[in-house]
Design a protein around this ligand. Structure first.
Ligand code: HXC
Length: 514
C-alpha cells in the first residue's frame, strides 16, 4: 500500500513537470506554429524510444525573486532514444519555461547528457529554443555555456553533433550550435543572433525585426550559419533522420552500407554537359547521374551557390560530394565557397566518408572585394582540408581546371587517390584567352592585324593545353574516361580504397588557416 502511494506521488510529480511553463505559455508556443519541447523529441526519435532523465532537477538561483519561481526541469528536457534503431542522446530547451534560458542547473543537465553521448560514442542532438544565458543567474549562466562549448569542442570529430534551431536563439544558444557539425533551421520559427533586437535598440538605437536580423532564410542564404532549411518542423525532422541514414555513429565507425541501386534513367551523363565550354550546366545532375537511385542529399543548398556539397551513395556506401557549380559564377572558388568546401571535407575526413570531387572552374574569383575579404586565407582552407584528408579521395575533371582551382580541387598533388578526366577537360594555368594575352602580348601588339593574331595565339595555347592529355602524360591524371564510364570507375575506385591507410607525421594538430 505504501509503495502504491509512493507510485501515485511519482505520477503526480511527473504530471506537474509535464505542464512545462503552464497552459498560457504553451498556447503561445503552439500559436507560433511550434511544437513543445517534448513533442519535438517524440516526433524526431523512433516511436516510443525516448527515455527522459533528470526530470526533477530544479534551479537553485536566489536573486531577483528567483527563489519564488518553480522552473520545471529547469527548462530543458534531456534523454536518450534511437534513430533508425541506433542510440542517440538528445536535449531540447523548453521556451515555455523562462524562455528556455540557460541557468546553472539547466546547463548541468545538458553537459551531463553531452558527457554521456561522448562516453557511449553516440550522436548528440540539441534542440535549441532559448533566450541564451539566464540573466538572473549572472556568471553561473556564463559558466554553464563555457562548459557546453568546451564539450562541443571535445566531442568534435568524435561523435556527430547536430543542432536544431527552433525558436529565437540568442547569445550562447547560437554559439554552441556554431561549434557543432550541422545546423538545421525552420522558416519563420528559427532566429539566431548574438544580441537580440532589444539590445541593438539600446546600444545602437536601431530598429530591426528578429526575422531580418537572423531568420532562417538569412542564415541559409547570407551568413552560411545554417546547413539545412525546412518549411516546418516536420520537414526538418525528416531531414535530420535522412542525414542520420548517411553518417556513422562515431569516428571509429564507417557509415552503414546498404544495397546498391543504379541511378535513375532520367539522368543521362553524356547529355548533361554542353559541348560549348562557355555554356553552363547544373553539376547536381552529374552527381545524380552517378549516385545510387539518383538520391543526392544536398547540404547548404542556399549559400555559396558556386559550390555544391552533400551526401549520396555509390554501391551502397556513403560518399561526400564536392563539386564546382558552373551555373553560378562559373563555379569559381571564392571566400564563401572555400569555407563551405573546407569544412565539409574535414567533416567527411573525421567520419570516414570517402570524397568524390567534380571539377569545372576557371580558378579563384579575382577582384578587390575578394582580396580584401581574405580570399587568400579562406582559399587556403581548401588546400589544407584536401591535403589533410586521409579518407579515399576521387577526382573527376569535367571541363575547366585552371590555375589554383586545378590544384585546390583535390588534385593528385594534394594526394587524390584517383584522378579521372573527361575528354572535355582543360587543364592549364589559366584560360586560353588570358594566357595568350599575357605570354604573346608583344606578338599581338606588333602584328598587322592584332585581333587576328590574338585569335591565332589563343588557338595555339588551346591546342597545347586545353585538354587532359598533357596532365595524363605526366601521370597527374590516371585515366581519360568517357562520361558514361564515370560511375563504373568511381565504384571500382571506392571498392579498392576500402582499406586505405596512409601515415602522416606525428603532431598534436596542425594550424589550419581558420
Ligand atoms: C532570462 C529570459 C531570457 C534570458 C528570455 N527570457 N530570455 N529570462 N534570461 N536570457 C524570458 C523573458 O523574460 C520572458 O519571461 C520569457 O523568457 C519569454 O521571453 P519574451 O521576451 O517574452 O519572448 P520573445 O518576445 O519571443 O523574445 C525572445 C527573445 C528575447 C528575443 C529571446 O526574450 C530576448 O531578447 N532575450 C534576451 C536575449 C539575450 O540577450 N540573451 C543573453 C545573451 S548573452 P516571462 O516571465 O515574461 O514569460 C549570452 C552569453 C553567452 O547568452 C555568450 C557566449 C558567447
Amino acid at each position: 500500500m505504501a509503495l502504491k502511494r509512493k507510485i501515485q506521488e511519482l505520477q503526480k510529480r511527473r504530471e506537474e513537470v509535464l505542464q512545462g511553463g503552464g497552459e498560457k505559455a504553451v498556447q503561445k508556443q503552439v500559436s507560433m506554429g511550434k511544437l513543445t519541447a517534448r513533442e519535438r523529441i517524440v516526433a524526431l526519435l523512433d516511436k516510443g524510444s525516448f527515455n527522459e532523465y533528470d526530470m526533477f532537477v530544479e534551479h537553485d538561483a536566489r536573486d531577483f525573486d528567483m527563489d519564488k519561481k518553480t522552473l520545471y526541469g529547469d527548462g530543458v528536457i534531456v534523454g536518450t532514444g534511437t534513430i533508425h534503431g541506433r542510440p542517440v542522446a538528445i536535449f531540447a530547451q523548453d521556451f515555455t519555461i523562462a524562455g528556455g534560458s540557460l541557468g546553472l542547473m539547466h546547463s548541468r543537465k545538458i553537459t551531463k547528457i553531452m558527457d554521456h553521448a561522448l562516453k557511449m560514442r553516440m550522436p548528440l542532438i540539441g534542440i535549441n529554443d532559448s533566450g541564451g544565458a539566464r540573466i538572473q543567474e549572472g556568471v553561473n549562466s556564463l559558466a554553464g555555456y563555457g562548459e557546453i562549448f568546451y564539450r562541443n569542442t571535445l566531442s568534435s570529430g568524435v561523435i556527430p553533433q547536430i543542432s536544431v534551431i527552433l525558436g529565437p536563439c540568442a547569445g550562447g544558444a547560437v554559439y554552441s550550435p556554431a561549434l557543432t557539425d550541422f545546423v538545421f533551421v525552420v522558416d519563420n520559427i528559427s532566429k539566431m543572433f548574438i544580441t537580440g533586437p532589444s539590445v541593438i535598440k539600446t546600444v545602437l538605437g536601431e530598429d530591426i525585426s528578429m526575422e531580418d536580423l537572423g531568420g532562417a532564410r538569412i542564415h541559409s542564404t547570407i551568413t552560411g550559419n545554417a546547413h539545412f532549411f525546412a518549411k516546418n518542423e516536420k520537414e526538418c525532422f525528416g531531414q535530420i533522420q535522412k542525414l542520420f541514414s548517411f553518417i556513422p555513429w562515431n569516428n571509429e565507425e564507417k557509415p552503414q552500407k546498404i544495397a546498391s541501386k543504379p541511378p535513375k534513367r532520367d539522368y543521362k551523363i553524356e547529355d548533361i554537359v554542353p559541348s560549348d565550354p562557355k555554356l553552363p550546366y547544373d553539376v547536381r545532375d552529374v552527381i545524380k547521374a552517378v549516385v545510387d537511385d539518383s538520391d543526392f542529399f544536398e547540404i547548404m543548398e542556399g549559400w555559396a551557390l558556386n559550390l555544391v556539397i552533400g551526401f549520396g551513395r555509390m554501391g551502397g556506401r556513403t560518399v561526400g560530394f564536392v563539386a564546382n557549380q558552373p551555373i553560378f559564377l562559373a563555379g569559381v572558388l571564392d571566400v564563401d565557397s572555400s569555407d563551405k568546401a573546407a569544412r565539409f571535407i574535414r567533416y567527411c575526413d573525421a567520419f570516414n566518408i570517402p570524397i568524390v570531387t567534380f571539377v569545372d572552374l576557371p580558378g579563384y574569383l579575382p577582384g578587390v572585394d575578394q582580396e580584401h575579404a581574405g580570399v587568400i586565407r579562406h582559399g587556403a582552407k581548401v588546400l589544407y582540408a584536401y591535403s589533410e584528408a586521409t579518407v579515399p579521395k576521387m577526382t573527376v575533371i569535367i571541363r575547366k581546371a585552371y590555375g589554383g582551382g586545378y590544384i585546390a580541387m583535390s588534385s593528385r598533388h594534394l594526394r587524390a587517390d584517383f584522378v579521372f578526366a573527361w575528354p572535355s577537360a582543360e587543364i592549364a594555368v589559366m584560360g586560353p584567352e588570358g594566357a595568350a594575352n599575357i605570354i604573346f602580348r608583344k606578338e599581338i601588339s606588333k602584328a598587322e592585324d592584332p585581333e587576328k593574331m590574338r585569335k591565332q595565339k589563343v588557338k595555339e595555347y588551346k591546342d597545347k593545353f586545353a585538354n587532359p592529355y598533357v596532365a595524363a602524360a605526366k601521370g597527374y591524371v590516371d585515366s581519360v574516361i568517357e562520361p558514361c564510364e564515370t560511375r563504373k570507375l568511381l565504384l571500382h575506385a571506392l571498392e579498392v580504397s576500402e582499406n586505405k591507410e596512409i601515415s602522416v607525421p606525428k603532431k598534436k594538430h596542425g594550424v589550419p588557416p581558420f
